[in-house]
Write a new protein. Sequence first.
Length: 137
Amino acid sequence: MDSDMEADLADHEKALADAIVDVATELRLSDPTEFILLVRGEQAANISDLVNSSSELFFKKGALRYGLSADCALGWGSTPSVSLDMEFNHDRVTAFFRLIIGGSRAAVEVVDVFFDEETGPHDPERLRRAIAAARLS
């Protein structure tokens, strides 16, 4: 991966992390044991409902969705964490990313970002503008 692509990826991760901090906080209000049981039990519909109810306070309907894949990390000497594959889609911008929620913090790992070529060239601010347009005021 070249340095421009790495810089773009880092910019995308920061933009998404800044945008969904409130959603991650809402998700962290869930009982961690129940959340892990949902993930381990592969209860995609219930996880999707949880993500939808956490995001509907901050984003327009359908802009932020659960990507139907999740995992959790459990270890004797570490804090449990839940990883959710997520999708942001608004204004012809789609971002696939992983939201990792731990006991005291959350993180974002971008998998890929797509821009509809009909809307013009890629620029670093397109994802930020799409996020801003998808936010509820």
